[in-house]
Design a protein around this ligand. Structure first.
Ligand SMILES: [Zn+2]
Length: 264
C-alpha cells in the first residue's frame, strides 16, 4: 500500500483516503453497512439484488461518515466505455434520488457540495482533484475502459470545461485488482495492444500460457503521458485483500459494490 493512503474508521465503517487530497473523499470497503448475505454490508449498488432501502441506508451511513450531502450524491451507469459526463445542477442526484442521467464511465464537476461516485469490485476507480481551478472527477476503468483511455479523457474534460491544468491535478488510483492477481488469457493483452499499441507491453507479464495485466500501472502511465505529476497509486489489490474489499473475481461475481467518491 502507498504510504499516502490512510485507513479510516467511522463507527463500523472502514474506508481509505489519500493524504494528498484535501477535500472530502473516500474509497469504501465492505464494512459498515446494513446489507446481508453476499452483500454484507456496505453495498452501494442498486443492481446487485439488494433491497433498495438497504442501499439507501448504506449511502446515508457513508454521507454521515464523510459529512457530505446525501441528497446531492451523483452517479452514472458504468458501461466500460470512455465517455465523460459533466455534472451540472439539473443532473445532481442522478442514480440515487433521481433516475440515472448518463451511461458513461467518468464524471467531472465544479459544483460545491456535490459528491460524485464511481463503483468498483476489481476495476480501477480513480479520483481527481484540481486545487487551482477547483474541480474534481471520478473515473471507472476496467481493462476495456483503460484500453479506451477513459482516465486521460477525464483529465482532458477537466481542462476543457474548467480550465484545469494537468500539472495541477492530483489523481489517486484506487484499490483494484493488482498485477499479482489479474490473470487473463491472450485475448485481453491482445485487445489492449491492438487499441493502445506497444506502450502497454511493459505492463503485461507472462507466466506459462497465462498473462498478468497491470491495470493500475497502465493507468498511471496514461496519466503521466497526459502531463500529471501528482499521481498516487494506492497499490492495494482487491483480490489479495478480499477479506476487506469485494473482488469480482474472488467472489465469482457474488458480491456488493464499493465506491470511490469525492466532493468539493
Ligand atoms: Zn493481488
Amino acid at each position: 500500500m502507498n504510504n499516502k493512503i490512510i485507513r479510516k474508521i467511522s463507527g463500523s465503517m472502514k474506508y481509505y483516503i489519500c493524504s494528498e487530497i484535501p477535500v472530502r473523499h473516500a474509497f469504501t470497503t465492505k464494512s459498515g453497512g446494513v446489507s446481508t448475505g453476499d452483500l454484507e454490508s456496505l453495498n452501494l449498488g442498486f443492481s446487485r439484488g439488494d433491497k433498495r432501502e438497504n442501499v439507501i441506508k448504506n449511502y446515508k451511513i457513508l454521507s454521515d461518515a464523510l459529512k457530505i450531502p446525501f441528497d446531492r450524491i451523483t452517479t452514472t451507469k458504468q458501461v466500460h466505455k470512455n465517455d465523460v459526463s459533466v455534472v451540472t445542477e439539473k443532473d445532481v442526484g442522478s442514480g440515487i434520488n433521481k433516475p440515472l442521467v448518463w451511461e458513461s464511465d467518468a464524471l467531472v464537476t465544479n459544483l460545491k457540495n456535490t459528491p460524485i461516485a464511481g463503483f468498483y469490485a476489481d476495476c480501477v476507480v480513480s479520483l481527481l482533484y484540481d486545487p487551482v481551478s477547483q474541480c474534481c472527477g471520478v473515473c471507472h476503468s476496467g481493462w476495456r475502459g483503460t484500453a479506451q483511455e477513459v482516465l486521460p479523457r477525464t483529465v482532458e474534460k477537466m481542462r476543457e470545461c474548467f480550465n484545469a491544468k494537468p500539472e495541477d491535478i492530483i489523481c489517486v488510483i484506487g484499490p483494484s485488482i493488482g498485477v499479482c492477481c489479474f490473470e487473463t488469457d491472450a485475448d485481453v493483452p491482445e485487445a489492449m495492444e491492438k487499441q493502445m499499441g506497444d506502450i502497454v507491453r511493459p505492463f503485461i507479464h507472462t507466466k506459462g500460457h497465462k498473462f498478468y495485466v497491470d491495470l493500475q500501472g497502465i493507468n498511471q502511465m496514461l496519466l503521466e503521458k497526459a502531463g500529471l505529476n501528482k499521481i498516487i497509486n494506492s497499490d492495494i489489490c482487491t483480490y489479495c485483500h478480499s477479506d476487506e474489499f469485494w473482488s469480482h473475481r474472488a467472489t465469482n461475481g457474488k458480491r456488493g459494490v464499493q465506491a470511490g467518491i469525492i466532493c468539493l
